[in-house]
Design a protein around this ligand. Structure first.
Ligand SMILES: Cc1ncc(COP(=O)(O)O)c(C=O)c1O
Length: 387
């Protein structure tokens, strides 16, 4: 937060524009313009944006929705809010995103398609949508999922909460599906102190979203409602912070990329450490930089390293528990899951905040390198003593 956020907040408060107001409107236009979509509709969270996206595109109770098993739980919960059922699909080993090939095989082998609807043969339920999460600032395989959605008449919704600014080819993610969703929670690339947004090119969807997030008001004077609405709108206070942050978005992206580059330079040749590689035709924002640790080569398990770094005051985190293992979604469908489970065991996210200075980052790097070296030396010494 800086002086621009304070100035915008002071202006919003002085104008008494707390709920609706110029900043929220401007922020919607800025984000939609940035990602190349016609309409932006601000919400009070990314989760609310995804829930709204599912409702306006017609996902219904009893439907099944394909989603990666390796993500924060919010988009899966949004599916459940609709009374629909997530089907958790494993990730591909090369990019950690929902495995397009596994999803295609599920549709082809486990479902039947009658030309209009895809039906899961085992459950008898219709599979109607894909929530395509772009995980950790890297893009999912958008083109493959667009093709799958087209082939089987599935609604494609993108969850780009972690990937604002990430590009697949020349285009920003979030702009490929019928609806794209973003989050401005405090840990995101830019924050509005919470809040979210959905973007779409379809005027009818934008209008329906605005209606639902504003309590489904059917009359400007009387309180008449034909539908059950939600109190999901973005406030002007969110907008005031968001607009100030938006002005620095290029700087935030550059910082994230520089942090990732420095980790890569220092760690990619360490035994047992690998980092995801950005292909030439993609542009990643590296929301979080992660390392994958092969314990046999590195000398320590990922969680041993996590504990060691924690004792030195360095916070690293494991990836999310794969959702096919989550009690919250017990009984949901799944397609594989082994790759996600091994990533969950082996990956750590490193400190990646844009405020991380180079000195602190060097300290993180030195601690990681030294921990591996020491563990391998200890292992060597133990092996030498074994008769
Ligand atoms: C992938 C993903 N989707 C959705 C959300 C939900 O966003 P919010 O916290 O703004 O509700 C988050 C994170 O917060 C997320 O990481």
């Amino acid at each position: 937060m800086g002086s621009a956020e304070l100035a915008n907040l002071a202006e919003a408060l002085a104008a008494n524009e707390l709920i609706r107001g110029r900043f929220a409107d401007r922020f919607e236009a800025q984000i939609a313009g940035y990602v190349g979509s016609r309409f932006g509709v601000g919400t009070n969270s990314g989760t609310a944006a995804i829930h709204t996206a599912l409702m306006i595109t017609g996902v219904e109770p009893g439907d099944e929705v394909l989603i990666t098993t390796l993500t924060f739980i919010a988009p899966a919960n949004a599916i459940a809010y609709c009374g629909a059922r997530p089907v958790f699909v494993d990730v591909a080993a090369h990019n950690w995103q929902m495995d397009a090939e596994a999803a295609r095989r599920f549709c082809e082998d486990e479902c039947r398609f009658d030309g209009e609807r895809l039906i899961n043969r085992t459950t008898g339920r219709p599979v109607t949508a894909i929530v395509l999460v772009h995980f950790l600032g890297m893009p999912a395989d958008v083109e493959a999922f667009q093709a799958l959605a087209e082939r089987y008449n599935l609604i494609l919704i993108e969850d780009a909460a972690q990937a604002l600014g990430t590009r697949f080819g020349p285009r920003m993610v979030g702009g490929f599906g019928r609806v794209g969703c973003y989050s401005f929670y405090g840990n995101k690339l830019i924050t509005a102190g919470g809040g979210g947004m959905l973007v779409t090119n379809e005027p009818a969807l934008a209008e329906r979203a605005r209606y639902l997030i504003n309590q489904a008001k059917d009359d400007p004077v009387e309180t008449l409602h034909r539908a059950i609405g939600y109190n999901y709108r973005m406030t002007n206070i969110h907008g005031a912070i968001g607009c100030a942050q938006f002005d620095r978005i290029d700087h935030h992206v550059a910082r994230k990329r520089r942090i990732a580059e420095r980790y890569r330079e220092a760690l990619s040749d360490q035994p047992g450490i690998t980092l995801p590689e950005e292909p030439a035709d993609q542009f990643w924002t590296f929301w979080l930089t992660c390392i994958r640790i092969d314990p046999d080569l590195f000398g320590l398990e990922a969680r041993q390293l996590l504990r060691h770094l924690g004792e030195q005051g360095v916070e690293t985190l494991p990836l999310y528990q794969p959702l096919h293992l989550s009690e919250a979604h017990a009984g949901a469908g799944r397609v594989g899951g082994g790759v996600a489970e091994s990533l969950h065991a082996q990956v750590l996210t490193l400190p990646s905040s844009i405020s991380l200075d180079e000195g602190d980052q060097d300290r993180v790097i030195d601690l990681v390198v030294a921990a591996g070296r020491r563990a391998r030396a200890d292992r060597g010494a133990r092996a030498a003593l074994t008769p």
